[in-house]
Design a protein around this ligand. Structure first.
Ligand SMILES: [Zn+2]
Length: 431
């Protein structure tokens, strides 16, 4: 069997080591190892392959925005070895048949593992529970259930879903958005929305649902995961729920760690640019500070991209009509470096925990989220944290271009990604 030796990589920012990969696993770590093939990694940081809990791959149904093939290529280029594919496809991933279809497409694409998320309710309709058990028992072995894009706003349905998933150690991932409070909402409710005359999206619409769901999860003794936390108040509620010992986890997106609602009014690309329109909306500087602190202290468990590709015609239109969402797979690690590492809030071990270990643990995803150690599956990302460059989406593997970072200078570059020992990315390009 052929082997690969990664020479001189700095595992989690530590001393340079060689990593020997054989038969898809880490066979040895030490100085001066040899293998059939050599990958030079001096000066590069080795991280466990990144895991995303929240990716929109758009297939089936919106292949004009993204496909499993293009989305997984984008993921590999971003350093990911596994992504959870959200259920709001067309048809919705609410049956064993659809989740198995997505799972198979991921296996064929081969650039990273695709773990389907199952819908909580039939057709994301918020009225009847989907066949959660059948999806859990399917070949895709679904463990994360979410109506993401929509909130499971009915408290009785949410309670039933939380009770149901206990049977197979599943988790309900809630998109916390009280629908009545956000009817017609266009951006964060605050000073900027007031000045621009756009309907506001109050923080309380997120916080009220999170508080209710933490109480429900505690009441039935189940696991709750909160998607894309975006406000300082949500952080306070999560801190309280965790202090009670409740089984509640949460994610934050890279964009909520870096961008604020001020960009809607004043940005390098002018005011009302829909590139900044996203759900949940960009919030205030104070919210960004609270989210960074919460990610650093563990109140927020992980970073999830909420990679949300949209074709140009859905995004480059007037603000009110534009689709909500941003792509994020190919910039996530750079944004986290900028927001969390260069600010001194996280070291590379902390990044690995929040972008690989924790998301795999929350999703109960086997074979991912393991530290780089002998015997572990060789899912490895090599990252050059020393470079800075202008974001240019023209070469992205994603089918969509709706990145809010175009033209911005960001640090870091993914140099290589290995999926079970097989390079999916080498020298920054698809292998
Ligand atoms: Zn969402």
């Amino acid at each position: 069997m052929s082997s690969i030796v990664i020479k001189g990589a700095s595992i989690l920012g530590g001393e340079p080591r060689d990593i020997l990969i054989r038969d898809g696993v880490v066979a040895d770590i030490g100085p001066e190892l040899t293998g059939d093939e050599t990958v030079e990694a001096r000066g590069l940081i080795a991280l466990p392959g990144l895991v995303d809990l929240h990716t929109h791959l758009r297939e089936p149904g919106r292949e004009d925005a993204e496909t499993v093939a293009t989305g997984t290529r984008a993921a590999a280029l971003g350093g990911y070895t596994a992504v959870h594919a959200m259920a709001n496809t067309e048809p919705v991933a609410d049956t064993a048949g659809v989740v198995e279809q997505v799972w198979r497409l991921g296996q064929e694409a081969g650039y990273c593992d695709v773990q389907p998320v199952g819908a909580v309710t039939v057709g994301l309709g918020g009225e009847r529970l989907a066949e959660l058990g059948a999806m859990a028992d399917s070949a895709a072995q679904v463990r994360v259930f979410s109506d993401d894009g929509k909130c499971v706003s009915d408290a009785v349905l949410m309670r039933r879903a939380l009770e149901y998933v206990k049977a197979f150690d599943g988790v309900v991932a809630q998109h916390a958005q009280e629908p009545r409070l956000t009817s017609g909402a266009q951006m964060n409710e605050g000073a900027v929305s007031g000045r621009l005359g756009l309907t506001g999206w109050p923080a309380v619409a997120e916080e009220a649902v999170i508080a209710r769901d933490c109480l429900l999860a505690a009441h039935v003794g189940s696991r709750l995961h909160v998607c894309h936390v975006s406000t300082a108040g949500s952080v306070e509620i999560l801190r309280w729920a965790k202090s009670k010992g409740w089984d509640v986890t949460a994610e934050v997106t890279p964009h909520h760690l870096l961008l604020t609602d001020e960009l809607v009014e004043d940005s390098p690309v002018g005011a009302y640019n829909p590139i900044y329109k996203v759900n949940p909306p960009l919030r205030t500087r104070a919210d960004v500070e609270a989210l960074r602190e919460a990610l650093a202290d563990g109140t927020i468990d992980c970073v999830a991209t909420d990679h949300a590709p949209h074709p140009v015609e859905d995004k480059e239109t007037e603000w009110a009509a534009a689709a909500m969402g941003m792509i994020g797979l190919e910039t996530a690690l750079s944004v986290v470096q900028e927001a969390m590492v260069e600010t001194g809030l996280l070291d590379w071990a902390g990044v690995a925990e929040r972008m690989s270990l924790a998301p795999a643990r929350i999703g109960r995803l086997r074979g991912h989220g393991r530290s780089i150690e002998v015997g572990a599956p060789a899912n490895v990302t090599l990252y050059d944290a020393s470079v800075r460059g202008e974001v240019d989406p023209s070469g992205y593997a994603s089918k969509s271009r709706n990145t809010p970072y175009e033209g911005r200078i960001l640090p870091g570059r993914v140099v290589a990604t290995f999926l079970r020992g097989r390079p999916t990315v080498l020298n920054g390009k698809l292998a």
